[in-house]
Design a protein around this ligand. Structure first.
Ligand code: PGA
Length: 256
């Protein structure tokens, strides 16, 4: 497997943080710090900040993403946002299947698959999250579980569409807990996901696939994680809310 065949992508996942003024201030602070990035830089922000983020990043190397979208094109889905609504605004990326959506909002592998297909059909790039709970790791079923999540989420996604998918391996026990997977654990599961892609699609697709690690990645541990052969970037929660820390992670991804 050759890391040079794929793009490193560092994506911030702001979750439910920042009002519009705070979003604008954070982006303005971030812009000069990441302008020479040798990797793709994405910020995934709350729906209410998309317009602000799009305006503030115009003409820069920072791409904007949403944190979820619905699978229907339109209709009676109170409180939801469709993929077409996002592309119409100029949004390029969307995070799907985040463990917080699965844990707190009842999303399943099947609804994640529906959302992935809708997003890809609308022309969005998808950051698809998979990852095991602590209990799964202790029961030694991480490999099976992550393989199953990946396969179901990508059901009926074509090889061509797959080029617009990034997978983020996020062990649930490492998210927001300060407990990071070791570089070896992160690499092991990212490699395993790549094997699943090779089996379901083919080796070229697997070689080209960007697979991120996420879960308490920060300015201190990013370099070691991102130096792993199968870790092609990061999905960053807490540390993406601090411009300087985020920039250090971008710098580490640039080094690879
Ligand atoms: P964290 O979140 O970096 O705060 O652990 C990562 C994520 O949930 O995407």
């Amino acid at each position: 497997m050759n890391k040079a065949l794929r793009h490193a992508v560092i994506a911030g996942n702001w979750k439910m943080n920042k009002n519009r003024a705070e979003a604008k201030a954070l982006i303005e602070e971030m812009k000069p710090l990441v302008k020479d990035a040798g990797c793709d830089v994405v910020i995934c922000v709350p729906f209410t900040n998309l317009e602000t983020a799009l305006a503030a990043t115009e003409g820069t190397n920072i791409k904007v993403g949403a944190e979820n979208c619905h699978f229907a094109k339109s209709g009676a889905y109170t409180g939801e946002i469709s993929a077409d609504m996002l592309t119409e605004m100029g949004v390029e990326y969307v995070v799907l299947g985040h463990s917080e959506r699965r844990q707190y909002f009842g999303e399943t592998d099947v609804t994640v698959n529906q959302r992935v297909k809708a997003a890809l059909e609308a022309g969005l790039k998808v950051i698809l999250c998979v990852g095991e709970m602590l209990e799964d790791r202790e029961n030694n079923i991480t490999a099976e579980l992550v393989a199953m999540q990946t396969k179901i989420a990508l059901k009926d996604v074509t090889k061509e569409q797959l080029k617009n998918v990034i997978i983020a391996y996020e062990p649930v026990w490492a998210i927001g807990t300060g407990k990071t997977a070791t570089a070896e654990q992160a690499n092991e599961v990212c490699a395993l996901i790549r094997d699943v892609i090779a089996k379901v699609y083919d080796k070229d697709s697997a070689d080209a696939m960007t697979i991120q690690y996420g879960g308490s990645m920060n300015a201190g541990n990013a370099e070691e994680l991102l130096a792993q052969p199968d870790v092609d970037g990061g999905l960053i929660g807490g540390a993406s809310l601090k411009a300087k820390d985020f920039a250090v992670i971008v710098e580490a991804a640039t080094k690879g």
